[in-house]
Design a protein around this ligand. Structure first.
Ligand code: PRX
Length: 623
């Protein structure tokens, strides 16, 4: 599609960056200076000695600097008018509203940080946060960061095994959870999931439980603590720990090509700078904004762009506890009208599903407060882009399609509101970011040719490492192409104007409704069922979800396949990973295409399933 949507003059006039090409050229001519100037917009206990210490494949940013992201997210606002302003407005599925000014949020964070200290947690310790989308999720993250406790947030949609693996690998001493939470007309239990997950884990000393749904839980005196009870007696003052810029801030697990999720470690200082500026510039964030991001803080989008960056930028963030189509598909539009949301950030899968309900739902609401719309998590098809632009943004709001990853910590390829947009393209690299599209030898491919998306230079919010797996860090990201660049795992094309078009993952990682899942993780959940001998999982294009999950299963000898068994296998995956990973289709098969060394060739399965050419099969064991 060759449409170009030009920015409106008033948007350009109100933009932080009015001339992208000029700023981009300057940033690449002297990236150190560019990032240093951004870092100076934030507050530091001690300025850095060096902007970047790059020793391939490790980049350490702002070395020698002392800071704390919470100092920038909260503390520094306590001396300004921002203290009295709303940091968060939260609306529950039942219509309950909770609001926190920056001052109130700071008090709650201090209280919670003091609880952690009273339980003996200190700088460098690890905590797991397994909370639904409620304010305590954010308070817990900030409370940890404030005193240098490394948080690992686990999305509340994950189930027992997924949670357990993350607690074990992340070496958490404490788990923060809720009794349960409302999800449409059900209550999802969290506490019982935690109980199961930590049953054989003596490392977990305490479980702090927020009361949300009021469902019955098993309470283990001595180990379990009610959030309300432990926080209410604590002081609303707590000194913020002065961290090294290169200290870890959090670990967030994400799926890769093996069955074991990778613990992505992010830093205090570099992450702070990258997250701060990318949201500010891509969304033109200003203090009068009411910003609504529909992600969950259990994912990177929530970490960077619900918690840390909006607070550093001093805006009011609106959070809705539930899903877009409950109680009806007009819910988000009603909330945007009610809270006069100015900046709205969501995922293509949600746009596509709301689009299906027709134009009447957005039309029923006054959405004229909106100024900028954003998209993240998977490629957005031009049709969905245009619907979002026209029916939600009334053709007045730029649609900012931000490409990034858990590993990058910050938006990397994304338009600024002042640039001409092409529906379906994520525009070009953010200033200071050097990207390219290359072949398997690392050589740039010509325009309009598909290749691997790589990042050529280190960036401030780059991850520090894969937790306890530096080999993975090297092999999966820095040694895939021989030119020592960061391999994103995505394929893309660049057009003749230099616009990037992201095609999707080029490894065995699926994007299902924007959620990142590994084929291998799903397969290992399937083979843990007693009836299954082998399994292979592929993603298939899906109109709404982006990709759907199809599993090919070889049953053990003597077991006969049935619909009931398919249902059981689906339940197994839900139990092990979570409802987001439920296979859409399961086929029982006798054989799987494999290499001579026994590796399943999912690529062949996928091509066969989609009726596409199978490609090179020279390594296939059984032609
Ligand atoms: O495939 C890309 C896709 O999401 C992957 C990263 O997933 P995750 O770590 O969960 O982070 C998602 C939120 C930042 C990428 O490798 N992806 C993300 N944003 C886009 C995208 N694909 C196309 N367009 C995007 N805007």
């Amino acid at each position: 599609m060759n449409i170009m949507i030009l920015p409106k003059p008033e948007i350009v006039a109100g933009s932080f960056v009015k001339d992208y090409e000029k700023i981009y050229a300057e940033s690449c001519a002297n990236p150190g200076l560019f990032w240093e100037n951004i870092a100076k917009e934030l507050s530091w206990y001690k300025t850095w000695d060096r902007v970047l210490d790059w020793q391939y494949p490790y980049g350490r940013w702002f070395t020698g600097g002392k800071c704390n992201i919470v100092q920038n997210a909260l503390d520094r606002h306590m001396q300004t008018a921002t203290k009295e302003k709303l940091a968060y407005i939260w609306e529950g599925q039942d219509g309950t509203v909770r609001q926190f000014t920056y001052g109130q949020l700071n008090e709650e964070v201090c209280r919670f940080a003091n609880v952690l200290k009273s339980l003996g947690l200190k700088r460098g310790d690890h905590a797991s946060i397994y909370l639904p989308r409620i304010p305590e999720q954010i308070i817990a993250m900030l409370g940890c960061a404030k005193i240098g406790v490394v948080h690992t947030v686990v999305f509340s949609g994950f189930s027992i095994e997924a949670l357990k693996n993350r607690i074990v690998d992340g070496e958490a001493k404490i788990v923060i959870t809720a009794d349960g939470y409302p999800y449409k007309d059900k209550t999802i239990e969290c506490k019982s999931t935690v109980d199961e997950a930590i049953k054989e884990l003596p490392q977990v000393e305490h479980v702090i439980v927020v009361k949300r749904a009021g469902n019955n839980i098993v309470f283990n005196p001595g180990k379990d603590l009610w959030w309300d009870e432990v926080t209410k007696t604590q002081s609303t003052d707590c000194p913020t720990e002065q961290m090294d810029a290169t200290d870890p801030l959090f670990i967030l697990y994400t799926s890769g090509t093996t069955g074991k999720p990778k613990g992505i470690i992010h830093s205090q200082g570099g992450y702070m700078v990258g997250a701060y500026i990318t949201l500010k510039w891509t969304f033109n964030l200003t203090p009068d904004d009411v910003y609504f991001c529909t992600a969950d803080a259990g994912w990177i989008t929530g970490h960077s762009f619900i918690v840390y960056s909006p607070l550093m930028n001093g805006v009011t963030t609106f959070i809705y506890e539930s899903v877009p189509d409950y109680p009806n598909p007009g819910k988000w539009w009603q909330l945007i009208e009610k809270y006069k949301v100015t900046k709205f950030y969501t995922a293509p899968t949600a746009i596509r599903s709301l689009m299906r309900y027709g134009d009447n739902w957005p039309r029923m609401h006054n959405l004229s407060s909106l100024k900028i719309l954003g998209s993240v998590g998977e490629p957005i098809n031009p049709e969905a882009w245009l619907w979002f632009h026209e029916k939600v943004g009334n053709s007045n709001c730029p649609v900012i399609d931000t490409w990034w990853q858990t590993e990058t910590g910050m938006a990397m390829i994304a338009p600024l509101p002042s640039v001409p947009l092409k529906p379906g393209s994520a525009f070009k690299p953010f200033p200071g970011i050097e990207a390219d599209i290359v072949d398997d030898k690392g050589i740039p491919v010509p325009p309009n040719t598909q290749g691997f998306l790589v990042i050529n230079k280190p960036w401030p919010a780059m991850f520090l490492d894969v937790y306890k797996n530096p080999q993975k860090y090297r092999e999966a990201y820095w040694e895939v192409v021989p030119t020592k660049v960061y391999f994103t795992g995505d394929s893309a094309k660049k057009d003749e104007d230099g616009y990037y078009w992201i095609i999707g993952r080029n490894d065995d990682v699926l994007k299902v409704s924007g959620h990142r899942l590994g084929s291998a993780e799903l397969e290992s959940a399937l083979v843990s069922h007693h009836a299954v001998a082998e399994a292979a999982v592929i993603g298939k294009p899906h109109e709404i979800k982006g990709e759907s999950i199809k599993a090919f299963v070889i049953l053990k000898q003597g077991v006969t396949g049935s619909d009931q068994l398919k249902e059981e296998l689906k339940q197994e995956v839900r139990k092990q990973i979570g409802p987001i990973a439920t296979p859409d289709e399961i086929d029982f098969v006798d054989k799987l295409p494999k290499t001579r060394s026994g590796k399943i060739m999912r690529r062949v399965l996928k091509a066969q399933e989609l009726g596409q050419p199978v490609g090179d099969t020279s390594t296939l064991e059984n032609q």
